[in-house]
Design a protein around this ligand. Structure first.
Ligand code: 5GP
Length: 124
């Protein structure tokens, strides 16, 4: 069953130009901008311009052109932020309730600029 996209979400509003953002780069199908609440010296969000709720929605339903463009935009962000080549980075995407996704428009967090610790805390 397809996921329902909420066009009032904050990233949809950024894409419509209703809310400002600090753009890192823009491509035909993607936008990268600084997270408003950075958790590391580098914290960039990369989003597709299309209306996709989360990673698997994007992977399943986006066009090949959108998927290639998005991945190349992510690679360019790694480059322009100095993360790669460099000391490295982490790319994270959250989905749904268990993933604790806040904004229901697919986005990849690219974090770097410091040692980021382990990927995930143990539940116990
Ligand atoms: P999520 O939890 O959905 O993976 O992450 C959402 C991210 O969006 C959070 O890191 C949050 O700081 C960021 N964010 C929320 N609202 C805004 C906004 O208006 N502008 C920007 N640049 N980032 C936002």
């Amino acid at each position: 069953m397809p996921k329902t996209y909420d066009p009032t979400n904050i990233f949809a509003r950024i894409l419509r130009g209703e809310i400002p953002n600090k753009t890192v780069l823009e491509t035909p199908h993607s936008l990268a901008f600084h997270d408003i609440n950075p958790l590391a010296p580098v914290h960039v969000l990369v989003i597709p311009k299309g209306a996709y709720v989360d990673f698997d929605d994007f992977a399943r339903n986006a066009t090949d052109a959108e998927i290639v463009d998005f991945n190349r935009a992510c690679a360019k962000v790694c480059e322009v932020t100095g993360c790669s080549p460099g000391e490295g980075y982490r790319a994270i995407t959250n989905a749904g309730a268990h993933g604790m996704q806040e904004v229901p428009h697919y986005h990849l967090h690219i974090l770097g600029g410091r040692v980021l610790g382990r990927m995930i805390a143990r539940a116990d």
